[in-house]
Design a protein around this ligand. Sequence first.
Ligand SMILES: [Zn+2]
Length: 76
Amino acid sequence: MNITTCVACGGKQLDPGFIPDAGDNRSSVVMGWYAGEPHDRKFLGLKTGSVGSNAQREPIIAYKCADCGFLHLFAI
Ligand SMILES: [Zn+2]
């Protein structure tokens, strides 16, 4: 990724990082992007969440503006 300027304030320092998310086993994983529509996940007929296909998952990186805190998200 080659972003150099904050789209919100024009700041020039963007620090790379990531946003943890809870996976199926509740361990921390990096938040991901999934192609298409979310699929309902059900257990005993009750909706327990929405997921995409793991094959389509792309990790998301987040660049935080050092000046205003705006997050720029990119699927890699
Ligand atoms: Zn900014």
